[in-house]
Design a protein around this ligand. Sequence first.
Ligand SMILES: C[S@@+](CC[C@H](N)C(=O)[O-])C[C@H]1O[C@@H](n2cnc3c(N)ncnc32)[C@H](O)[C@@H]1O
Ligand code: SF4
Length: 393
Amino acid sequence: MSSSNRVATSDLTASDPGFGIYVHWPFCQAKCPYCDFNSHVVRAMDQSAYARALVRELEHMATLSDPQTVTSIFFGGGTPSLMEPATVETALAAIDHLWGINQRIEISLEANPTSVEAEKFRALAAMGVNRVSLGVQALNDKDLKFLGRLHSVDEALGAIELARTHFGRLSFDLIYARPEQTVEAWEAELTRALSFAVDHLSLYQLTIEEGTPFFDLHARGAFTVPDEDQATALYDATQSICADAGLTAYEVSNHAKAGAECRHNLTYWRYGDYVGVGPGAHGRITKDGVKRATVTERMPSKWLAAVEAQGHGLVDQETITRAQSAEEMMLMGLRLEEGVSLERYASLAGKPINPDRLIELSDDGLLQTNGDQLKATPAGRLVLNKLLGELLA
Ligand SMILES: C[S@@+](CC[C@H](N)C(=O)[O-])C[C@H]1O[C@@H](n2cnc3c(N)ncnc32)[C@H](O)[C@@H]1O
Ligand code: SF4
């Protein structure tokens, strides 16, 4: 990896949020019934053709960006642990060649915790992956089955153990607010999960997404999910148990020990630039002072054909005005515990936030200011979309 332009990732701050690369791997072994991510089950695919296409699209994206040192890379999906380690290596080498990778870079990869995938951990670590995010989802076999997962609790715990030996940093995901889940049962499960956690957990409330099998089943009454009061009680229990264990919520659904936050996601939420490659990937890239929103073709086969024909799978690249940037920054930043700088907002928007709205929403207990920082309160973070709608109206 190149030694030029090295910047310590620990130096990243809200005003210097870093520069990330997102690589989307859109394939899974099975489609989980709750999931509306861009993920597909295919019988066969040519992995080396995808590797070549990722390199070509990275080359194209490099022409759209100012020279930058990459501070984080995230292989997301889909199921990137299905990538051959050689494919990961090819993408990393291209990124290093095109931009330059800083020595303390964070390289994350999402993995499903089946034993087959865990066998790849050693090779992935050797390629430079230094942080893994495992989709454990539940520590209860009945619920894993309900969620359509291919692994058991024992397999997931085995994958966590193996991951701990290969990667310096490890996170895992759990989905809560499952049908009939009581606060007591979730507290016990989360406490058990914390005994296996290293320094980061992502805890998501089950969301019933339109277009998924769960959406139809739920609409037909095949199962119910916790009502608003129960969901709030589960959320509150999550916050206090994690805080007691020293993994505070630095974002709505993400908990970490101080200094163990996912730097790549922090770059998004602090509204830094990132390149997105692979099917359906989004990016925010600045060149010569102009920021663009990029998005690529979602369907893997169409994306591959487009990259082979024209060197990229972009279907849209829209210039973002400063006013739009200000809104996006607020949208992202209020997810974070640290909040956003009012001055940064005003300088992008060309005007400050409406002071009457600030007072109103603060009086309602949804916002708070601390000097220049504007934050959503825990109650505000629970109704973030509504809050943003009112703040930016
Ligand atoms: C890109 S996905 C999954 C990564 C990996 N393929 C896996 O399933 O383990 C990232 C995470 O989003 C969460 N997720 C996906 N759909 C969800 C839903 N409908 N409700 C709540 N969480 C969801 C899951 O915890 C999942 O691990
Ligand atoms: S949750 Fe993960 S494994 Fe399941 S379909 Fe979505 S991306 Fe694939």
